[in-house]
Design a protein around this ligand. Sequence first.
Ligand SMILES: [Zn+2]
Length: 403
Amino acid sequence: MPAAHSTMSCAMMPSALSLAPVQRPLFIGSEIYRRSRYGSRHPLSIPRVSTVIDLCRALGWLPDPVYIDSPRATPDELARYHDRDYIAAVQRAEAAQTLDEETRRRYQLGLNGNPIFPEIFSRPATACGGSLLAARLLEQGGVVYNPAGGTHHGQPARASGFCYFNDPALGILGLLDHGLNRVFYLDLDAHHGDGVQQAFAEDERVFTLSLHEAGRWPMTKEGQGGLADTAGGTALNLPLPQGANDSEFEYLIDTIVLPLIARFEPEALVIQGGADALEEDPLSRLSLSNQALWRTVLAVRPLAPRLLMLGGGGYNPWAVARCWSGIWGLLSGQELPTVLPPEADAILRALTWRHSRGRNPPEHWFSSLADAPRTGPIRQDVRSLAREALAVADGLCLENAYA
Ligand SMILES: [Zn+2]
């Protein structure tokens, strides 16, 4: 309440000062992401979190006190959201490296982009352990970054879209279990955050907002992920036209996203920072620079006392590493270098990628973190989307019942 602040007297200051100090931003990582691969032909066969860790270390941004080795979620912890039979099937798949046909089909394991690989249980369970730990660390406020998180397609009883478990849903449940009543989930991935939206549909404590490429899986002809899909008033979806540029993204963030978050007055923000909306990504057709995502994170950060920052999609190893390292740099208050020092440059230069776009990587993928901004005209369909979204927002469950 701004009025209360403007009338705050000196007598109120001691209690304000006695609040627990906001801890410095924390980074949750694990070495499991370095050695584990989804299989040589899978889009996630590329290194991502391990490169972010190496790059941030090379830049001096990961001193020991801020780096936390991620715990692995136990089956009991996963059962806060996932069915026990499904969890047991993923564990069996890890142990045996195979499943019978009926089990594969029922749980979508070993098909449709969800391969059975050596760490099929332990790797996603580690990402979930990170998000659950983050929820606990955020009790007193602050910023926690779990770049391995963001598996937003995971369903309660099946794998979906490379996601075996749903760590954003578990992290949000953790925040609610620790006593919070208002959590805002912002999904910047090129794909609709369907699993998280479904997890909290009609739950007025959690609002989910997803910006994603129009028409791309998992959007459906029936309208899932479209503007009219509001999950009973607790979600907003902004499908972006192909080729959406930084100017269009910024326009939607400023006219729709920031006012909506401010209206919701969240106690915590959870951001899924998938890097597949970037121009260089091979799986989608949006044209953002990493600066568009960085600007968004910095703009929403002051709107809540707690931030859980997650990773997500992203299938170009250089684009992911540069984008996510930059996010950590900005969240932890670093000045981003224009030209990377030799140790950081060498880490990016050593990456390889089997994709055709990896044959002749441009020099700036090695030598810098920031892309050149990809500004452009704000097309009429983006302006129409904003206008229609404002009308939809009038009917959403945004008012703070707990204020
Ligand atoms: Zn994605």
